[in-house]
Design a protein around this ligand. Structure first.
Ligand code: UD1
Length: 435
């Protein structure tokens, strides 16, 4: 992927018309790929990952792992083989780790493999406080010593290696669950993760680890038990294919609900998107679900019926689709409340939708009142983070007139050249590179 830091999108809006048609295929899931990359640290054999999305976050994590001694060979755009045979580095390069929140997932595998890990507070999307206390407390439970310095955390495993432990997550945490599932695999003794996350990407990764020699039970339930291998590295018996991105799929489905006539979204497990698809159906979309695709058609009426929603851990409504969904609600008929339960600060982007003409009242950092439909006007906006950035693209597509969206690099972190697929559906969008 080229350097896209200064890229801008120019979008000519459809002014509320329903015109988009065609088929769009989603790529491998960002939130599965990043954990699979971190997992490579646990392997004594080369690990091949297929269906990798070509996005900035994945590239950054590769850079980080390479800087720490991982050998990575690329085969085409989507396949990479990770060889950790010379992996012995414990210190994360701060200049890379600071820019990618998911680097925190690699701290556990590095600690389990090398006995030590030093890392800065991880960066990522600006969606409220994103603490790492679950990670630090979990490492302590496994016998490690945790030192919090001014610019870095230093974690040292006990002599003889990490020990199995019971870990209860005060809040359901996706990366927390994944990190400890991986870390516990190399520990001594049994680890039980309680109040664990049930996201499909976790189940997929866990099943692959099992195929590679890990002993994990309870995947897809709130209690996951891992019997540690006492330091014995995993052996890959096959390549791991990254599952299709349900969030990317959901973003396209919401676009169709906003401005589509007849669009098929494919390349993902449609069951994983039940929370959204059932809602879109209730709002008035026609939905034909196949196992690996979904066809969405709209009637002649432009505006759908509004519906309230609350974000929730899987299988509830994903927080990563909250901003795109709010954009849809600004164009739907009625008054609704949106309750963002996972991240505080993840409704700040609504100011910009209001600037475009939306009727949204923020009641507190977690709740918004949306009244629709309200015609939006094209504006110049700056993408604040990955998912809100995509919401701005959707808003610009339905708006009247031209919009300019700056800081496209935030969108590129998770959506691979999204404009190409939007153009194929009939959207007037252009990427402009500015040096
Ligand atoms: C992951 C996803 C992200 C998604 C989120 C919720 C990846 C790379 N990212 O993020 O796209 O939006 O799940 O589905 O997979 N928390 C703490 N202390 C911690 C860790 C988390 O208090 O140490 C809190 C968070 O502030 C949040 C909640 O736990 O309120 C859930 O966060 P979590 O599931 O950990 O989010 P991520 O794994 O960072």
């Amino acid at each position: 992927m080229s350097n896209t830091t200064n890229d801008t999108f120019h979008i000519t809006g459809l002014g509320g018309k329903r015109v988009l048609k065609g088929e769009v295929k989603v790529n491998g899931a960002k939130n599965a790929a990043l954990k699979a990359q971190a997992t490579a640290v646990l392997f004594g054999t080369p690990l091949t990952l297929a269906n990798m999305p070509d996005i900035a976050d994945v590239q950054k994590l590769d850079e980080l792992l390479e800087a720490m001694g991982m050998e990575i060979t690329k085969e085409g755009k989507r396949k990479r083989t990770y060889n950790a045979r010379h992996f012995s580095e414990s210190v994360f390069p701060a200049h890379i780790a600071k820019h990618i929140r998911a680097s925190v997932v690699a701290t556990g595998p590095v600690l389990a493999r090398t006995g030590k890990v030093v890392f800065p507070h991880p960066g990522g999307c600006v969606i409220g406080a994103r603490p790492i206390d679950f990670f630090l407390n979990g490492y302590k439970k496994m016998g490690a010593v945790v030192r919090e310095g001014k610019s870095a955390y230093t974690i040292i495993a006990p002599r003889g290696g990490l020990r199995g432990a019971e870990i209860f997550f005060p809040k359901v945490s996706v990366t927390g669950t994944e990190t400890f599932m991986m870390t516990a695999t190399l520990a001594h003794g049994t680890t039980v993760l309680k109040n664990a996350a049930m996201e499909p990407e976790i189940v997929s990764l866990g099943n692959f680890l099992k195929e590679s020699g890990a002993d994990i039970s309870g995947l897809g339930t709130p209690t996951i038990t891992i019997k540690g291998r006492g330091g014995k590295l995993l052996r890959a018996r096959s390549a791991y294919t990254i599952p299709g991105d349900r969030i990317e799929a959901g973003s396209f489905c919401i676009l169709v609900a906003l401005a589509g006539r007849d669009v098929t979204v494919s390349g993902f497990n449609s069951e994983e998107l039940d929370a959204l698809l059932f809602m879109l159906e209730d709002m008035g979309m026609n939905i034909e679900k196949e196992k690996r695709s979904v066809r969405l058609t709209a009637g002649t009426k432009t505006a759908l019926k509004s519906a309230s929603f609350t974000t929730h851990e899987y299988p509830g409504f994903p927080t990563d689709l909250q901003a795109p969904m709010v954009t849809l609600l600004t164009q739907s008929e009625g008054e609704t409340t949106v309750f963002e339960t996972i991240f505080e600060g993840r409704l700040r982007y609504t100011d910009e939708l209001k600037f475009m003409g939306a009727d949204i009242t923020l009641m507190d950092p977690h709740r918004a009142l949306v009244r629709g439909p309200k015609a939006l006007k094209g504006r110049t906006l700056e993408s604040p983070d990955l998912r809100a950035g995509l919401a701005y693209v959707l808003a610009a597509i339905v708006a009247e007139g031209k919009s300019t969206i700056h800081a496209v690099s935030n969108i590129d972190r998770g959506y691979e050249r999204v404009e190409e697929r939007l153009v194929s559906l009939g959207v007037d969008i252009e990427r402009v590179h500015q040096d």
